[in-house]
Design a protein around this ligand. Structure first.
Ligand code: FAD
Length: 289
């Protein structure tokens, strides 16, 4: 099928893009890589009279980094995120998540900002943003905002963005020292969205005790969820004082909005999720040790 007819706009600045979407209201939508929006339009599950293409907004492309943070423009493609040397060095979890997203054709066009704005419950980048406490920069007719990742994802395909608000950049803290990271997921076929996934970051102190950690599950609730109670409980322990299998159960047992669909029942997803959390935890901890 082909999408319903729409008027195409190709602004050159973020301000112009925001102005267009704000002017046309509900009839307008930003389009970045089109990897989520175009299937919806082609299947006529959505229709907009105006599409505002973000590809010419050079301001929103690329990676800027220093010793403290890595800022990535919203229209930076997954492929660029996966191969950028600074991202691989300073935000390795983001780079490692990239090959898990779809197929290379999708990664060549899909954008980091599009993935966060689309907010699929089983998407990898939102989970990484939550795990690493990223900050999301936006622009709207009301000005600029910075939104913590923990406040950004509200539910399936739902975020803190207003309809006329453009996601402009994502900032990750540059993490130095004794960190370990891992992202694991279970999919039926390579490139599919995850049935269950987990992202982990763990930092050890000089005595090899857990100083900070973050565990996020995805595909197991309408939005990625941090296991904050479990994280707090782990602080101060050594590796020998943690059991990955128990931890997987502790993270997934309290989840009360696990989806049930053609890919698996809620109970199945929870059991798979527990194994995936255990694997991610063990791998991250091993890297930190
Ligand atoms: P678009 O499709 O252009 O836009 C998506 C939505 O975000 C639209 O509502 C649009 O208005 C909004 N938007 C885009 N950019 C902005 C912005 N800067 N500010 C405000 N709103 C914006 N994703 C995964 O995470 N994991 C997978 O395993 C995976 N597998 C896939 C498999 C297939 C076969 C396909 C087709 C897609 C898959 N995807 C997967 C989705 C892919 O990663 C998309 O690229 C991504 O979700 C959206 O990015 P995009 O740039 O293509 O956004």
């Amino acid at each position: 099928m082909k999408p319903a007819a729409f008027e195409y706009h190709a602004p050159h600045t973020p301000a112009e893009a925001v102005d267009l979407v704000s002017r046309f209201g509900d009839e307008a939508k930003f389009i970045a890589g089109g990897q989520s929006l175009m299937p919806l339009l082609n299947l006529r599950l959505a229709a907009f009279e105006h599409l505002v293409d973000l590809r010419r907004l050079t301001e929103l492309q690329g990676v800027r980094s220093d010793a403290i943070a890595v800022q990535i423009g919203a229209t930076t493609t997954h492929a660029t995120v996966g191969r950028d040397a600074d991202i691989r060095r300073l935000v390795p979890l983001l780079a490692r998540a990239t090959p898990l997203i779809g197929h290379f054709q999708i990664r060549n066009r899909g954008t980091l900002g599009g993935s966060l704005a689309h907010a699929d419950a089983a998407a990898e980048y939102p989970a990484v943003a939550m795990t690493l406490d990223a900050t999301i920069g936006t622009l709207s007719p009301r000005g600029r905002r910075s939104i913590a990742a923990s406040d950004f994802f509200r539910g399936t395909w739902t975020t803190a963005l207003d309809p006329d608000e453009l996601l402009t950049d994502i900032t990750f803290p540059a993490l130095h020292g004794r960190w370990g990271f891992a992202i694991e997921e279970f999919t039926r076929r390579s490139g599919d969205f995850a049935i269950a996934g987990a992202a982990v970051a763990v930092h050890l102190d000089d005595d090899a005790r857990i100083e900070r950690c973050a565990i996020t599950v995805f595909g197991l609730s309408p939005a990625p969820i941090r296991a904050r109670a479990v994280e707090s409980d782990l602080v101060g322990r050594t590796a020998a004082e943690t059991d990955a299998t128990d931890l997987g159960v502790a993270v997934t047992a309290p989840l009360d909005t696990v989806p049930s669909d053609i890919h698996g029942t809620a109970d199945y997803r929870r059991r798979v999720g527990a194994v995936i959390v255990a694997r991610a935890w063990a791998r991250a901890l091993k890297e930190a040790l």
